[in-house]
Design a protein around this ligand. Structure first.
Ligand code: NAD
Ligand code: TYD
Length: 351
C-alpha cells in the first residue's frame, strides 16, 4: 500500500485529486492531507471521503518544520504531492508577502523534511517521489501565437507566478544538487467543482446565480487555456507513476478562450438551464495590473512520454461544472455569505 502526503488537499484541485485517487485506487492507498485551512481551504470539499479508514487530515502549515517532521516520523510516506499554495493573482498584487512565505518558504521546508526521511547513505530510498504542482504562469505571457514548452524560459510577472517560479527553482535544486526524485508539473487554468468563487469561472457562475454584475478586466480579450480539473488529476497520477525524476511536465487543455467568450458562454448555458440571466450583467472594469495577455500550453511531452490525453472536452466539462454549482448552492452560499464577501466588496468597489 502506497502512502501519499497531499498538501493543500482541502483546496480546489487538491480535494478533487484526493477524491479522484480514492475513486481509482479505493483501499489500495493511504492518504494524509495536510492543509492550513486558509480562506481557500474548505473541509466541506472532502465530506464524501472524510470517514475513510485510509484517510487522515492534519490542520497544519507547510512552513511548520517541527510539525511536518512529526507526521513523517509516524508515517512511511512514499509520495508527496504539494498543492498547498496561495493561488490567487489578484490577492498577490494586493499583498505579496504571504505568497513568498507559503509558496517559496513552505515548499523549501517540505522539500527539506522529505529529503531528511528519504535520504540514504548512497542516495534516496527506492520508489519515492515528490511532485511540485506548478503553473503555466511561470513562463510569463505570450503574444498572438506560440506555445509554452518545458524549454520556454521562466519569465513570471505577478507576485503569485514569481513565487511559484521560485518554488520550481528550489525544487529543481533538490534534484540537481541531491538527486532527490522530484517532478514539477506546470498546468494551465483549471475549472470544475469545488473551485473557490474568487476565480473567474466560478465567479461568473456565482454572480449569475445571484444576479450580480460580472466584472471583466480590461477589454476581456486576454486568453487562457482551460483544462477540466479531473484531467489534471489524471495527469498528476501519471507523473507520479511514470514521470522521470528531475523532469518538468507541462499539462494543458489545448482549449484557448478569450475571457469575454467564457462569460458569454456561461450566460448562454445558464439561460438554457432556465436561469433568468442576460449579457447586460457584464461590466468591463479596470484591468489587472501587469495582466498577462495569453497563456497556451504545448503538452506534447506528457502526451508522447507518459501517454496523457484529456478525456473531458470543454463543452462537457463546462456542463458538468455549471450543473455542479447549480446543484450545490448551499456550498456556494456558505462561501459567498462569509468572509469572501468582505474581500469582494473591498476589491471590486475600487474598480
Ligand atoms: P486553492 O487556493 O483552491 O487551494 C490551496 C489550498 O492550500 C487551500 O486548501 C489552502 O488552505 C492550502 N494552503 C494554503 N497555504 C497553506 C500552507 N501554508 N500550508 C498548508 N496548506 C496551505 O488552490 P488550487 O486552485 O487548488 O491550486 C492548487 C495548486 O495548483 C497551487 O499550487 C496552484 O499554484 C496550482 N495550480 C492551480 C491552477 C488553477 O487553475 N487553479 C492551475 C495550475 C496550477
Ligand atoms: P483567474 O481565474 O484569476 O486566473 P489567472 O489569472 O490565474 O489566469 O483569472 C482568469 C482570467 O480572468 C484572467 O485573465 C483574469 C480574468 N478575470 C476577470 O476578467 N475578472 C475577474 O473578476 C477575475 C477574477 C478574473
Amino acid at each position: 500500500m502506497k502512502t501519499y502526503l497531499i498538501t493543500g488537499g482541502a483546496g480546489f484541485i487538491g480535494s478533487n485529486f484526493i477524491q479522484y485517487m480514492f475513486n481509482k485506487y479505493k483501499e489500495e492507498i493511504f492518504i494524509i492531507n495536510v492543509d492550513k485551512l486558509t480562506y481557500a481551504g474548505n473541509l466541506d470539499n472532502l465530506k464524501k471521503i472524510e470517514n475513510l479508514n485510509n484517510y487522515r487530515f492534519f490542520r497544519e502549515d507547510i512552513c511548520n518544520e517541527k510539525n511536518l517532521d512529526k507526521i513523517f516520523k509516524i508515517y512511511d510516506i512514499d509520495y508527496v504531492v504539494n498543492f498547498a499554495a496561495e493561488s490567487h493573482v489578484d490577492r498577490s498584487i494586493e499583498d505579496p508577502s504571504i505568497f513568498v512565505k507559503t509558496n517559496i518558504l513552505g515548499t523549501q521546508t517540505l522539500l527539506e523534511i522529505t529529503k531528511k526521511y528519504w535520504k540514504t547513505k548512497n542516495g534516496f530510498k527506492e520508489e519515492k517521489k515528490y511532485i511540485q504542482i506548478s503553473t503555466d504562469e511561470v513562463y510569463g505571457s505570450l503574444g498572438e501565437s506560440g506555445y509554452f514548452t518545458e524549454k520556454t524560459p521562466i519569465d513570471s510577472h505577478s507576485p503569485y507566478s514569481s513565487s511559484k517560479a521560485s518554488a520550481d527553482l528550489i525544487t529543481k535544486a533538490y534534484y540537481d544538487t541531491y538527486k532527490m526524485p522530484i517532478n514539477i508539473t506546470r498546468c494551465s487554468n483549471n475549472y470544475g467543482p469545488y473551485q473557490f468563487p474568487e476565480k473567474f469561472i466560478p465567479l461568473i457562475i456565482s454572480n449569475c446565480i445571484n444576479n450580480k454584475q460580472i466584472p471583466v478586466y480590461g477589454n476581456g480579450k486576454n486568453v487562457r487555456d482551460w483544462l477540466y480539473v479531473e484531467d489534471h488529476c489524471v495527469a498528476i497520477d501519471l507523473v507520479i507513476n511514470k514521470g522521470i525524476a528531475g523532469q518538468v511536465y507541462n499539462i494543458g487543455g489545448n482549449n484557448e478562450k478569450r475571457n469575454i467568450e467564457i462569460v458569454k458562454y456561461i450566460i448562454c448555458a445558464l439561460k438554457n438551464k432556465g436561469l433568468n440571466v442576460d449579457e447586460d450583467l457584464i461590466r468591463h472594469v479596470e484591468d489587472r495590473q501587469g495582466h498577462d495577455r495569453r497563456y497556451a500550453i504545448d503538452s506534447t511531452k506528457i502526451k508522447a512520454e507518459l501517454g496523457f490525453n484529456t478525456l473531458i472536452d470543454f463543452n462537457k466539462g463546462m456542463l458538468k461544472t455549471i450543473e455542479w454549482y447549480l446543484n450545490n448552492k448551499e456550498w456556494l452560499n456558505k462561501i459567498v455569505n462569509g468572509n469572501y464577501m468582505n474581500y469582494y466588496e473591498k476589491f471590486y468597489s475600487k474598480r
